[in-house]
Design a protein around this ligand. Structure first.
Ligand SMILES: *Cc1c(COP(=O)(O)O)cnc(C)c1O
Length: 435
C-alpha cells in the first residue's frame, strides 16, 4: 500500500520536538520541506525501492539518500560488509588494508585519478581539492558556476554578481568578503563568460570547479563542447580543472561523468555513492598535484575518522558491485528512460510543455516551458506548482526531492510495477493540477 494511508502524526510530533533541540528541526536544511510547504516525514526504515515513515506509510524512493542508494536500500552485500567490519572494532585512526584496496579500486574505475585521499563528506572533498589547487598553482582565485553546489565550504557559498566579471558576494551570513573576493562565478554552459573571467584575472585563477552534469539546480546537462572547452581553457592557462563528481561519480558510469563525456579533469571530488550510505568522500587526480598533500607536500589536510574501516567496507562492497556488473548502468538508464518517457507522454496527453532533463539515472521535471541549461533558466520554474506537485506525489506514495532545484536519483531496485506507479501518479497529479 503506497502513500499516506493513515496519518503522519508521528512525524509531526517528532518534528515539533526536534525543533526545540536542532536548528530548524533538521540536520541538513533541504530536509525541512521549506521549499515545498508542509513538514518533513521522519523515516524509520527502508528496503530496496521503498522507504517507510514513522507512521508506517510506504513510499517509492526517488531520492535514495540523495544518490548513495543506487542499488536500492539495505543491499544485502553492503549490509553484510558493514556487519563483518564492525566485529573488528569501528575506528583505529591508523592505516588499514581496506584503505589501500579502496584507493586501488577507485583508481582503476576512474583513470584520471592517480592518487586519492579519503575524507568524510563531499564538502570536505571539495574544500580540500581547491586548497590543493591553490597550493599547487600558487594562485588565489577559483571559478565556480552559478547554481552549482560543492558543499558548504565558505568559498562555495557565493552568489553571482551582475555580469560575468563581477566579484562574488557572500550567499551566506558568516562568509567574509575576503573569501568572496576569491570566488568568481559564471553561468553554467557559458564558455565566453569563463574566458572573460580568466582574462580579467590574469595569472590569478587556481581552479575551475564544476559539476560536469549539474544535479544541484535540478538535472542540467552540459552543452556539446562545454566540458571540452573548460578543459582547453584550463590547459592553456595553467588552471586546475576540478570535476565535482560527488553526485555523478559511480552514477553516470562506473567512471562517472568524465567517462561518459570523455574528458579528463586534473582533480575529481567524490562522495555519496562512494560510501555505500556511510559518510565518505574522496578527492584525487594527477600524481603531480596530489603529491602536494601532507605528509608528502605542503598542503595540510587531515581527518581523525578518514578512511574509517566500517565506512570503507560499505563503500568497497558498493564499488565492487558497480565495477563488476556494468549491466547495472544499462539497467539504470532503461528504468530512468521509462519513467521519463512515461512522464513526457503524460505531459503530451495534457498538452503541457514542461521541460524534463535526463542524463543516465538522474532526471528533473521543471515546471517551466523554457529549455533549462543554467541557473537562470532553472529559476524560471513555477515553484508554487512544484510545491503542489511534490505534496500530491508524496500523498500518493512517491518520495521526491523536496525542491525544484534537485535532481532525482533512480535506483536499480525499481520494478516495472514501480515505474508504472510513478508514471500513473504523475498522470493523476498533473491532471489534478491542471483542471
Ligand atoms: C552533495 C554534494 C556535495 C556535498 O557533499 P556532502 O557529503 O553533502 O558534504 C558536493 N558536491 C556535489 C555536486 C554534491 O551533490
Amino acid at each position: 500500500m503506497l502513500g499516506i494511508k493513515t496519518t503522519t502524526i508521528q512525524s509531526q510530533s517528532l518534528f515539533e520536538k526536534a525543533k526545540n533541540f536542532i536548528p530548524g528541526g533538521v540536520n541538513s536544511p533541504v530536509r525541512a520541506f521549506k521549499a515545498v510547504g508542509g513538514n518533513p516525514i521522519f523515516i524509520k526504515s527502508a528496503k530496496g525501492a521503498y522507504i517507510f515513515d514513522e507512521d508506517g506509510n510506504q513510499y517509492i524512493e526517488l531520492i535514495n539518500s540523495w544518490g548513495p542508494m543506487i542499488l536500492g536500500h539495505a543491499h544485502p552485500a553492503i549490509e553484510e560488509a558493514i556487519l563483518q567490519a564492525a566485529k573488528n572494532s569501528f575506528s583505529f585512526g591508523a592505516p588499514t588494508a581496506k584503505e589501500v584496496e579502496m584507493a586501488e579500486l577507485i583508481i582503476q574505475m576512474i583513470p584520471s585519478i592517480e592518487k586519492v585521499r579519503m575524507v568524510n563528506s563531499g564538502t570536505e572533498a571539495c574544500m580540500s581539492a581547491i586548497r590543493v589547487a591553490r597550493g599547487y598553482t600558487g594562485k588565489p582565485k577559483i571559478i565556480k558556476f552559478e547554481g552549482c553546489y560543492h558543499g558548504h565550504g565558505d568559498s562555495f557559498l557565493i552568489a553571482a554578481g551582475s555580469g560575468a566579471v563581477t566579484m562574488g558576494v557572500p550567499d551566506s551570513a558568516g562568509v567574509t568578503t575576503g573569501v568572496a573576493l576569491d570566488t568568481l562565478t559564471a553561468p553554467f554552459n557559458d564558455l565566453e563568460a569563463v574566458k572573460a573571467l580568466i582574462e580579467a584575472n590574469p595569472n590569478q585563477v587556481a581552479a575551475i570547479i564544476v559539476e560536469p552534469v549539474v544535479g544541484n539546480m535540478g538535472c542540467v546537462p552540459p552543452k556539446e563542447g562545454f566540458l571540452q572547452g573548460l578543459r582547453n581553457l584550463c590547459t592553456q592557462n595553467g588552471i586546475v580543472l576540478i570535476f565535482d563528481e560527488v553526485m555523478t561519480g559511480f552514477r553516470l558510469a562506473k567512471g562517472g561523468a568524465q567517462e561518459r563525456f570523455g574528458i579528463r579533469p586534473d582533480l575529481t571530488t567524490l562522495g555519496k555513492i562512494i560510501g555505500g550510505g556511510l559518510p565518505v568522500g574522496a578527492y584525487g587526480g594527477k600524481k603531480e598535484i596530489m603529491d602536494w598533500v601532507a605528509p608528502m607536500g605542503k598542503v595540510y589536510q587531515a581527518g581523525t575518522l578518514s578512511g574509517n574501516p566500517v565506512a570503507m567496507s560499505a563503500g568497497l562492497a558498493m564499488l565492487k558491485i558497480l565495477n563488476e556488473n556494468p549491466q547495472i548502468y544499462t539497467d539504470l538508464e532503461v528504468i530512468t528512460s521509462q519513467i521519463v518517457s512515461g512522464i513526457k507522454g503524460v505531459l503530451k496527453e495534457l498538452s503541457l510543455n514542461y521541460t524534463i532533463n535526463q542524463v543516465g539515472s538522474m532526471f528533473t521535471l521543471f515546471f517551466t516551458e523554457n529549455e533549462v541549461y543554467d541557473f537562470t533558466t532553472a529559476k524560471s520554474s513555477n515553484l508554487a506548482f512544484f510545491g503542489k506537485y511534490f505534496r500530491e506525489m508524496l500523498q500518493r506514495g512517491v518520495y521526491l526531492a523536496p525542491s525544484q532545484f534537485e535532481s532525482l536519483f533512480v535506483s536499480n531496485a525499481l520494478s516495472s510495477e514501480d515505474v508504472a506507479h510513478i508514471v500513473a501518479t504523475n498522470r493523476e497529479v498533473l491532471k489534478l493540477m491542471h483542471t
